[in-house]
Design a protein around this ligand. Structure first.
Ligand code: FMN
Length: 169
């Protein structure tokens, strides 16, 4: 099995966020996808250790911000390399509240989705949430961030919690 085959897969970069009992959590994910069009359904796969995964299990809903190429490494670092249990990740950011009452990041976001979980699939280390889209909106028309752009142009790294993580050769 050649692990480099996985590097040929393409993804975007997203901020997944949720809220439960007055607390907020959010993290970076590259695993957000549309899975059906009618009804419009999406999926995201999150590590069970992530505060965001644990909060979505309780809230049953999540918001998604589709990141643009202009997203700063500070923003990606805040959501992708820290835990919401230790940090208020939304503090000082330009955020909105969606139709399900969830916070979403507006900064450097091309569009956003509000998602209601309809199925949860246990994948061992990770959980895949399948959700119906309760609302969505275009926020900006700048080019979106791909996983390849994040690695090649921004020189970004991927932490162990990401499903696409691979040991450095
Ligand atoms: N974590 C996941 O569980 N699923 C992903 O798809 C995922 N993709 C990531 C892609 C990138 C480029 C980066 C930087 C991180 C990714 N992560 C992913 C890791 C989480 O964002 C990270 O573990 C975060 O600190 C979790 O925060 P939380 O504990 O507040 O939920």
């Amino acid at each position: 099995m050649d692990p480099k085959a996985f590097f040929k897969l393409s993804y975007g970069l997203y901020i997944i966020s949720t809220e439960n009992e007055g607390k907020q959590a959010g993290c970076i994910a590259n695993t957000f996808n549309q899975v059906t069009s009618s009804p419009a359904q999406v999926s995201v796969t999150l590590n069970k250790n992530n505060a965001t995964e644990q909060m979505i299990e309780k809230s049953g809903k999540f918001a998604v911000a589709v990141l643009e190429q202009s997203a700063t490494m500070e923003l990606i670092g805040r959501f992708g390399f820290h835990c919401s249990r230790d940090l208020d990740k939304f503090s000082g950011l330009d955020c909105g509240i969606d139709e399900q009452g969830l916070p979403f990041v507006k900064e450097h976001a091309a569009s956003r989705f509000s998602c209601k979980v309809v199925k949860t699939v246990d994948l061992g280390t990770h959980v895949m949430f399948i959700a119906e889209v309760a609302g969505c909106e275009v926020l900006d028309n700048e080019p979106v961030m791909t996983y390849e752009y994040y690695h090649q142009v921004k020189n970004g790294k991927t932490p162990k919690n990401a499903p696409s993580y691979q040991e450095e050769p």
